[in-house]
Design a protein around this ligand. Structure first.
Ligand SMILES: Nc1ncnc2c1ncn2[C@@H]1O[C@H](COP(=O)(O)OP(=O)(O)O)[C@@H](O)[C@H]1O
Ligand SMILES: Cc1ncc(COP(=O)(O)OP(=O)(O)O)c(N)n1
Length: 270
């Protein structure tokens, strides 16, 4: 079985973060491992508290993982501080990790900061140049490229700037901010649009986490980057389309859309 590792924060409501990543990787047919950068007290209405892992404890988690079950891909999500970013960058270099997908999580859709302002520079210098793929949303892409994104042309230009700056493929997500569900990949001098069907569902908590971890799972299985992105978008759309409606705010998607009926039946005889 292929292995994917997520290095990210825990979301207590399990719609985003580590929990979304593990569900996504599992349902995309790979074995999921996790190294937790922070615990968040979070639900569909916001992030109420954050407790970071110490750098020593994050390193201990990564060493335990890499010494035993070596991953075929790594997805990195919320990493809030400089010291944690450095631990991850050192580990990825030392362990010669392949298929690195970085979702440069900065602010949750609910508005809470998940990356400290003074850590953005460290993220850009130490971690992003190690990535095979970056998956910023529009506000993150504006920070990484240094340009304002107000149009489709701006999206294309920003992807090129980011890709050249960090020497990696860059997928800018249109998402709910611009151009509906259409995302743009720039890679080695070439751009390609991934058109998605916009699903009218306000419950989009964890869409970014789900997309990046599905891409990592698909890379683990040996798919090309373009195939991995296409399949990840199909998985995300199906999870959104399932129409789960939980919580008082922007709720989680149903990652288990494909198997939910199988397990529902098991309980029906009781
Ligand atoms: N309503 C929607 N219907 C279909 N796809 C969506 C919708 N909203 C977001 N997406 C897709 O979800 C993925 C994550 O995008 P986005 O929500 O912008 O990321 P983030 O959670 O990092 O802000 C992208 O592929 C985007 O196109
Ligand atoms: C612990 C944790 N990590 C990441 C996020 C952000 O999730 P994302 O899928 O990028 O976007 P929203 O869910 O905020 O729309 C998070 N909220 N918590």
């Amino acid at each position: 079985m292929k292995i994917a590792l997520t290095i990210a924060g825990s979301d207590s409501s399990a719609g985003a973060g580590i929990q979304a990543d593990i569900k996504t990787m599992t349902l995309n047919g790979v074995y999921a491992e996790s190294a937790i950068t922070a615990l968040t007290a979070q639900n569909t209405t916001g992030v109420y508290d954050i407790l970071e892992s110490s750098p020593e404890f994050l390193k201990a988690q990564l060493d335990a993982i890499f010494d035993d079950i070596y991953p075929d891909s790594v997805k990195i999500g919320m990493v809030s501080s400089k010291a944690l970013i450095e631990v991850i960058a050192d580990c990825l270099k030392e362990r010669k990790t392949k298929n690195i997908v970085v979702d440069p999580v900065m602010v949750a859709t609910s508005g809470s900061k998940l990356l400290l302002d003074d850590s953005i520079e460290t993220l850009m210098q130490k971690l992003l140049p190690l990535a095979d793929l970056l998956t910023p949303n529009i506000p993150e892409a504006e920070i990484l490229s240094g340009i304002e994104i107000k149009s489709i042309d701006d999206m294309e230009e920003a992807a090129k700037i980011i890709s050249e700056k960090f020497s990696c493929k860059t997928l800018i997500k249109g998402g709910h901010k611009l151009n509906d569900a259409n995302d743009y990949l720039y890679s080695e001098g070439k751009g390609v649009w991934f058109k998605g069907e916009r699903i009218d569902n306000p419950n989009t908590h964890g869409t970014g986490c789900t997309l990046s971890s599905a891409i990592a799972a698909n890379l683990s299985k040996g798919f090309s980057m373009e195939e991995a992105i296409k399949m990840a978008k199909d998985f995300l759309s199906a999870a959104l389309k399932d129409g789960l409606n939980l919580g008082k705010g922007s709720g989680p998607m149903n990652h288990a859309f494909d198997i939910k009926d199988k397990y529902k039946k098991l309980g029906e005889n009781r």
